[in-house]
Design a protein around this ligand. Structure first.
Ligand code: F6P
Ligand code: MG
Length: 446
């Protein structure tokens, strides 16, 4: 980790709420307290449920959790120092060491003065602490209602997508290489635009997919600012590597539950059924994170719901996904590193086991905006800096970011492109209207 607020060895400062009026500032000032207020409301609304399940103890836990969360909101709104985490969970020490590192570098570490990436992640860790410290509701997912609602509201789009998948899978034997590539690009783009549907950017408001995801692709194409999909495709091709018999493996670092997760599962299904890929490893979060991110429970729930759907191709897809998991074709993992505030260039040092896991992949897909912020260290890069430079040495395997832009960091653009967009649409980096498919291979550096 390096100093956050100055350019050191060509690495620019971190985005921070210190810059009054910036997107980071507005997020910390407005959006985060709104999210906390909704969490408090959700817990309060479920008071009777807690009583039915746990009696008086449930009511007491509800009261105590709300009191911790109100305190947290007050700390945030009055720019209080960031405090140590006290719940003794597996990652507590690592969070507190991270705080100490910032204190050494920066002195005062507080909500509006420290890197935005750090304080935003920290808020979700403190929500986890507030719930965890209050058994019997310690396992309660305060974001569950929004995630399940977003899944149900996207049903029509999910059915369309599963029907499309069925048609592709049925015709696989007759497809030419070019036709296969066409389907690959479509499903990659569906997974990309699935990232529009997160609930954190809208502070929990409905953001589900209502249009047909396949029909929308043409009209969305002009909004893809960087399209490295041909390199993604090439990274999965094995001919020309005589003697290479090992299975092709793709890792997907998941982002949001709801429609986005379905688009990721559909893409992974296509990769396996087409024979392009033999193993898919999904990486989710180990506790509720950034409102809509996928946890193990969300992952299993989504597959069960898909299986149980009253739609032939949807339920067939769900059954297929379940058997991929049972047969060891698909794997689900979580690792505490994904719910920490670290920039990914710290992964090799701070989570060497996870780094080694990712090294086993032929391609790692990073879904979503927060992963992009962590890939690029959430810094004020010039837009023309290359993606490889912004990764600052992170490159366990060839990797690709599939991200709709919701935070003001964007690298790898042509000279003048960023400036042109800024003059036409000042909020182009935060509106979720634009996207990138951005690829990097450590092999190209050798
Ligand atoms: O500011 C918007 C925001 O909350 C960012 O902090 C975060 O990067 C993003 O939304 C979450 O988006 P995604 O789900 O795509 O990671
Ligand atoms: Mg998310």
């Amino acid at each position: 980790m390096m100093a956050a607020d100055q350019t050191v060895h060509g690495v620019p400062p971190s985005l921070s709420a210190k810059v009054v009026g910036s997107f980071a500032y507005l997020t910390v000032r407005d959006r985060l307290p709104t999210i906390l207020t909704k969490v408090i409301d959700t817990i309060h609304r479920n008071k009777n449920k807690f009583f039915e399940e746990y009696g008086e103890e449930g009511i007491e836990a509800e009261k105590q959790t709300i009191s911790l969360l109100s305190k947290l909101r007050n700390e945030l709104q009055t720019d209080k120092p960031i405090l140590a985490v006290t719940d003794g969970l597996q990652d507590t020490e690592s969070w507190n060491q991270y705080l100490q590192r910032h204190q050494r570098l920066q002195g005062d570490v507080s909500w509006f003065k420290s890197p935005w990436l750090y304080v935003e992640c920290y808020m979700y860790r403190r929500i986890q602490e507030a719930v965890w410290l209050n058994p019997p509701i310690s396992d309660y997912d305060v974001f569950n209602e929004g995630k399940t609602q977003s899944f149900f509201e996207s049903q029509q789009a999910v059915m369309t997508l599963c029907t499309y998948l069925e048609n592709v899978n049925k015709s696989l034997a007759e497809l030419s290489k070019n036709q296969l590539l066409e389907h690959f690009n479509k499903l990659l783009q569906v997974s990309l635009w699935g990232n529009k549907c997160d609930l954190s950017i809208s502070a929990g408001q409905d953001n589900s997919q209502k249009m047909s995801p396949i029909d929308s692709l043409n009209s969305l194409q002009p909004f893809i600012l960087v399209d490295d999909s041909s390199m993604v495709w090439t990274s999965l091709q094995r001919p020309g590597q005589p003697g290479k018999t090992t299975a092709v493996r793709v890792d997907v670092v998941l982002d949001n539950a709801g429609f986005e997760l379905v688009t990721d599962l559909v893409f992974a299904d296509f990769l396996v059924s087409s024979g392009l890929v033999h193993e898919v490893h999904f990486h989710g979060k180990s506790f509720p994170w950034f409102v809509s991110d996928v946890t193990a429970k969300d992952f299993q729930w989504t597959i069960r719901q898909t299986m149980a759907a009253n739609h032939k191709w949807m339920s067939k897809s769900g059954v297929q996904w379940q058997s991929y998991l049972k047969e060891g074709v698909w794997f689900y993992h979580d690792h505490p590193f994904w719910t920490q505030p670290h920039e990914f260039c710290d992964m090799a040092a701070d989570a060497p086991d996870l780094y080694a896991t990712l090294q086993g992949a032929d391609l790692v897909l990073f879904k979503g905006d927060l992963n992009y912020r962590k890939l690029t260290s959430d810094r004020e890069w010039d837009h023309t800096v290359s993606f490889g430079t912004a990764l600052r040495g992170f490159g366990p395997a060839p990797l690709c970011s599939l991200r709709t832009l919701k935070a003001n960091v964007q690298v790898g653009l042509q000279q003048g492109h960023g400036e042109k967009l800024t003059s036409q649409e000042p909020d182009w980096m935060t509106s979720g209207k634009y996207a990138v498919i951005q690829f990097y291979s450590p092999k190209s550096e050798q």
